[in-house]
Ligand binder design. Structure first.
Ligand SMILES: *Cc1c(COP(=O)(O)O)cnc(C)c1O
Length: 359
């Protein structure tokens, strides 16, 4: 059987800017100068491809990687080789002991039962403790973490972590409350490295940075905080080709359900990118692509493979074979037009793009 050839004609591409990811890493290091900047690369590096993003982050200086599952950790170890720490958030499960050992992964122990299992079945295994300081998601109760402190410190404990619920709202009282609860736990763990902050927490300043920070979205250029300007550069863009351009006359309807009807003459471009590629159907209201510095609003419903854009203002540049860009610098704007956050837009990017790594 012959292998299917790469598409030579116009086809959608996901452009991942590894240079931007390295620059965002450097930016985080300058925001947290006294701290080791780790990298959260769960969900295939937020959809961008951990096989390329992981090595780029090692090149940028990263030595601590965080993933959700043991499987993600083993895949990352295969990519990175020996050296960097890989910490697995989803917990210590005895059926995974061989994988944790074989791939040198550091599980996060999330409850007293997991700690007892580690003591009984893998007392030599490096591990971290994840303490819940007020989010009520994963992690040990603070008092439980204090109770087991002497036993935990007698083993190969690498890191004590917690996670902030509201770091994207700098004024939220839960930030300081979680920090002081974390400090209460850390008093029982002298000399053990500590990590509290994701991207948004890192921006809250030195008090929140401890020994290791765990940014994810900032590395990929999303806006971590609801306040202030985003100091990071988007590392992801969709370049989608125009397949056809057509004239829309007053009264003409566009797309499924005829939800868009024009009151005037317009030009529409049909581009090869739809919800199968990760655009959200919800973005029919307010979503747009760019062509140069022209905004091209979505017209009507987004289909599985196609989206119709209003290119009335784009002149001759909007022609079949030309490429328009979704996301890029407009990542956050497209996410909010989609009724979601940049995280979800990134992790739902489709699988049929040609992925192009730049920088
Ligand atoms: C996903 C995750 C992070 C990274 O969060 P960002 O907001 O993307 O920086 C850090 N820590 C934990 C525990 C996480 O689950």
């Amino acid at each position: 059987m012959k292998t299917a050839p790469a598409e030579r004609g116009p086809h959608p591409r996901l452009i991942v800017d590894l240079g931007a990811i390295r620059a965002n890493y450097a930016q985080l290091q300058s925001i947290a100068p006294g701290t080791s900047v780790g990298a959260v690369v769960k969900a295939d590096a937020y959809g961008l491809g951990v096989d390329r993003v992981g090595p780029a982050l090692v090149e940028a200086g990263c030595r601590h990687f965080f993933v959700a599952s043991t499987r993600e950790g083993a895949e990352l170890r295969d990519v990175l080789g020996d050296g960097p720490d890989i910490i697995v958030f989803n917990g210590f499960w005895t059926p995974d002991i061989d994988t944790l050992r074989g791939w040198s992964l550091i599980p996060a122990v999330n409850d007293p039962g997991q700690f007892a299992a580690l003591e009984a079945h893998a007392p030599d295994l490096p591990f971290s403790l994840h303490v819940d300081t007020g989010m009520n998601r994963l992690g040990l109760e603070p008092d439980d973490a204090i109770t087991i402190a002497d036993r935990a410190r007698a083993l190969d404990l690498r890191l004590v972590m917690s996670h902030l619920a509201c770091a994207d709202e700098p004024g939220h009282p839960l930030n300081a409350a979680q920090r002081s609860e974390f400090d209460r736990v850390l008093a029982a763990y002298p000399g053990v490295r500590a990590s509290l902050s994701n991207s948004a927490g890192t921006l809250l300043g030195a008090l929140y940075q401890y020994d290791v920070v765990r940014p994810g979205i900032a590395l990929y250029g999303g806006a971590p905080s609801l306040e202030g300007t985003n100091p990071f550069t988007s590392a992801a863009a969709i370049d989608a080709p125009i397949l056809q351009v057509r004239d829309i006359h007053p009264g003409d309807a566009v797309g499924y359900g005829a939800t868009f009807t024009s009151g005037e003459d317009r030009k529409a471009a049909i581009v090869a990118c739809g919800y199968a590629d990760g655009l959200f159907r919800a973005a029919q209201d307010g979503g747009y692509a760019m062509l140069g510095d022209q905004h091209l609003p979505v017209m009507g419903r987004i289909s599985m493979d196609l989206t119709t854009l209003d290119v009335t203002g784009a002149g001759d540049a909007a022609k079949p074979g030309a490429y328009v860009r979704f996301m890029g610098s407009e990542l956050e704007a497209l996410a909010s037009a989609s009724g979601t956050i940049s995280y979800e837009l990134l992790v739902r990017l489709g699988r049929r793009f040609e992925r192009v790594y730049e920088g």
